[in-house]
Design a protein around this ligand. Structure first.
Ligand SMILES: [Fe+2]
Length: 362
């Protein structure tokens, strides 16, 4: 797979490294083990003993060091070997590769490319996961599919009318693809697909969050930021009220390729209303798990079909495919530039702050 290497990818939630936790994950095919030092520093090391390749994560943590479970070699948070049992000489090649790892917005960010370019200012601004004016419901899905299929799915929200009827989808009579979508390139690596759906029936999830079962106005903006972050910005409000008072949500889809055909899907659904309602936070979590389980089932089925029948998708392009296709082209262009120009570093654009429609829907 041809990845965009010089970019920050989400490696997990910040709290996952609390205490003595050791977290092992594969990113872009590379096995990585992460931990927090007792002095607060965090580290990501290649999860492969330089001696006989056993994952360090299969050994144990001793204080601030990792010990291989096979021959007892120990490694510091910097990846240097501090002990080779049975000998005083430590071979110079006995070290682990260390990857830049940062905390920001309540998340862990890893840089797997050329470490000399790992500028923290290049971490995308997705503050809504960790902001006093927004309350997140968070979770994780492991998806056995190419991350690009997941991005396709998130940039084509028309699928909600068939995949998510029990949560966020309109039925066929008011099906989502029948409302026009406006696709716009917003900046470096950033694309949006905006759709407005005035005076529609409230799907179950929106009835729940609004505490309202009548007709609603709804808008949704699917946003992609290369290489693999998406955001669904939506708003809903009862017909006859103002969009300024809408219940709004930034759904952060933090996708990081695990391998060519599997994806880490960290998600955070940040809302702007009823902030202290913990019961609602939990209800949203449950609804989102159900919704993303539905997506994962489709994506995993699609992955198998792609592997069996080969080639790229879509085989036939529909109107709903405009945003996914343009998103893929943006990423491919960035990868091409990275491969052809050694001096090129991708500088992701700022995420869109507010997608509230400027004209009031009826
Ligand atoms: Fe979906």
């Amino acid at each position: 797979m041809n990845w965009l290497n010089n970019a920050w990818y989400v490696a997990g939630f910040q709290h996952e490294l609390d205490g003595d936790n050791v977290v092992a994950r594969r990113f872009l095919g590379i096995p990585v083990v992460m931990m927090r030092h007792s002095d607060g520093r965090i580290a990501a090391l290649e999860d492969k003993c330089p001696h006989r390749l056993i994952p360090l994560s299969a050994g144990r943590r001793i204080g601030d060091e990792l010990q291989c479970g096979y021959h007892g070699m120990r490694f510091s948070i910097n990846g240097t070997c501090t002990l080779a049992p049975g000998q005083t000489h430590i071979p110079s090649t006995a070290c682990l590769k260390a990857f830049p790892l940062e905390n920001k917005h309540g998340l862990l960010w890893i840089w797997l490319g050329d470490a000399s370019h790992a500028d923290v200012d290049l971490i995308p601004d997705i503050r809504w996961n960790d902001h006093p004016e927004w309350t997140p419901s968070r979770g994780y899905h492991h998806v056995k599919a190419d991350f690009r299929l997941a991005v396709d799915n998130l940039m084509d929200l028309g699928h909600e009318s068939w995949v998510h009827l029990r949560t966020i989808g309109q039925g066929e009579e008011e099906c989502i693809p029948s409302y026009p979508v406006k696709v716009t390139i917003q900046g470096e690596g950033l694309l949006s697909a905006h759709r407005e759906m005035p005076n529609i029936d409230a799907p179950p999830f929106f009835s729940m969050v609004l505490n309202h079962s009548g007709r609603i106005n709804r808008w949704q903006t699917a946003i992609s930021l290369a290489p693999s972050i998406c955001m669904t910005d939506f708003g809903v409000y009862p017909v006859g009220t103002s969009p300024d008072d809408a219940y709004r949500t930034h759904v952060l889809h933090l996708l990081t390729p695990e391998t060519e055909n599997s994806t880490h899907y960290f998600w955070s659904v940040a809302r702007n209303r009823r902030l202290d309602n913990e019961n609602l936070t939990e209800e949203i979590c449950k609804a989102v798990i159900q919704t993303f389980d539905e997506d994962a089932a489709v994506l995993e089925l699609q992955q198998k079909q792609v592997e069996q029948y080969g080639g790229s998708v879509p085989k036939v392009a529909l109107k709903v495919d405009e945003a996914p296709i343009r998103t893929r082209r943006l990423l491919e262009a960035l990868i091409k530039r990275e491969n052809e120009d050694q001096g090129f570093i991708y500088r992701p654009a700022l995420m869109i702050e507010d997608t509230t429609p400027k004209l009031e829907m009826t």
